[in-house]
Design a protein around this ligand. Structure first.
Ligand code: NIG
Ligand code: FE
Length: 437
């Protein structure tokens, strides 16, 4: 049986927080550990949560020391913080593997126009859309963007999210893209959360390069990518491959350059129109292919053959008032390891609530509740290279998890429209806790 150290020791992953924290969650009704094969999950494994009833969870510093039946819990010293979950469910923290968390302004006027009948593409063609957020983001200082990002980070904790992927893509100049990615780095440093940066310079053609997408892409490839790589500001490179944004040929050029510089690749593909994006993602060695609303059987087969993870973003379909969701059932049948994420951004998906995403995945894409939960935790962690430390609650893993106001974890995909977390723990520290339970 594991023993707890009662003497404070230095945390090895965060020297500035000198004391080892001891945190115990007791009286857990259902604990979904997702303990298992240690790799990303496909097929029937998507429905195997490795559930423990009447459970406890103990953390030492930023790591998990024990998860299992309450009867086997090690004794904790008096200075340990103990939270009584009162029969609630505990789950790994959600890993939101596709967000545009850093931006200024909003797109409320465009939202109203869409409600009145204009389409997302029409608004983009009229100079709005991504370009409108680019204008606001360029004007904002790094400090202002960081303050906005902090508030959003706090909000996401209420849904039980503990780790993020955050894209640039609203700067579209070297200075402004770097500014966004520095905000991502500062947010990671000050929160201690796992936050991964993605460069998305080819998100749109900026106004000063209007009609010269190839020239803008040359700037991206020759100057922006190397500058981002030099400063180590992003691990991944992403592109918006879509009519009116960048073509498959341009995406190939970009990915070849990004790969040479050591970036791992993610791609916005087949969102509004089918442009062979899934096949492109498979052929270029992408880690993930994101969106895929329009992807058919051929694209799904290509993703499966190349073991690309599909990142499904149903909240963006919903918020754009569209009706065609990605074919998750066909993807699962093909042996793919799906990921669910918010796509949080001011245009197509103004939400940070992972529970809402799970609900949409269940009702609109027929993903079973456990499939949804696996996609949002274990599989999402793997898509960002965090598979060995996040997404699974067992000894030695990082202590990122949430206590939710439900008895059965499947309820997260059932009740919808409200944040469900009672307490969210990041690296063994309570990052957010609801005032009264
Ligand atoms: O993932 N599709 C491109 N990018 C975002 C939307 C960004 C925006 O509208 O500001 C997306 O949906
Ligand atoms: Fe996106």
């Amino acid at each position: 049986m594991p023993q707890l150290n009662s003497a404070p020791a230095a945390r090895n992953d965060d020297a500035s927080r000198a004391e080892t924290l001891l945190l115990a969650i007791v009286n857990i009704g259902q604990l979904a550990t997702f303990r298992g094969s240690g790799r990303l999950r496909t097929g029937a494994e998507l429905r195997e949560p490795a559930l423990v009833r009447d459970a406890a969870l103990v953390c030492e510093g930023s790591r998990i020391l024990f998860t299992g039946p309450a009867a086997e819990m090690p004794s904790v010293p008096r200075e340990a913080e103990v939270i009584d979950a009162d029969g609630r469910a505990v789950l790994p923290g959600f890993v939101d593997a596709h967000t545009h968390l850093v931006f200024a302004g909003d797109r409320l006027d465009e939202f109203e126009r869409r409600v009145r009948g204009e389409s997302y593409e029409q608004i983009t063609a009229a100079g709005g859309g991504i370009r409108s957020t680019v204008r606001a983001t360029r004007t904002a200082s790094e400090e202002e963007l960081l303050e906005l990002a902090r508030g959003r980070f706090q909000r996401a904790l209420r849904g039980g999210t503990t780790a993020f992927e955050v894209k640039s893509g609203y700067g579209l100049s070297i200075e402004d893209e770097m500014k966004m990615l520095r905000v991502v780095r500062r947010l990671r440093e000050e929160t201690g959360a796992r936050i991964s940066g993605t460069f998305l310079g080819p998100h749109a053609v900026p106004p000063e390069w209007d009609g010269r997408a190839d020239e803008y892409l040359a700037l991206v490839v020759e100057e922006m990518l190397p500058a981002v790589a030099r400063e180590g500001l992003a691990e991944h490179a992403d592109i918006f491959c879509e009519r009116g944004a960048f073509s498959p040929a341009q995406a190939r050029r970009y990915f070849a350059a990004a790969q040479k510089l050591g970036f791992r690749l993610r791609a916005h593909v087949d969102q509004l129109t089918e442009s062979g994006g899934a096949i492109l993602a498979a052929e270029t060695g992408c880690t993930t292919a994101d969106h895929l609303e329009q992807t058919g059987a051929e694209g799904i087969a290509a993703l499966a053959a190349a073991r690309v993870q599909p990142v499904l973003l149903p909240a963006s379909v919903y918020a754009l008032g569209r009706t065609r969701y990605p074919d998750a059932r066909a993807m699962i049948a093909a042996g793919l390891a799906p990921v669910l994420a918010t796509d949080f951004n001011p245009g197509s998906s103004p939400t940070l609530a992972m529970p809402m995403v799970l609900s949409l995945a269940a009702t609109q894409m027929r993903m079973e509740p456990w499939e949804c939960l696996t996609a949002a935790t274990v599989n999402a962690a793997h898509s960002l290279g965090w598979g060995s430390e996040l997404g699974v609650l067992e000894a030695g893993r990082r202590a990122d998890f949430a206590i939710h106001d439900v008895r059965d974890p499947r309820e997260l995909a059932y009740w919808f429209g409200s944040d469900t977390a009672l307490a969210t723990v990041i690296g063994g520290r309570v990052a957010w806790r609801r005032e009264r339970w």
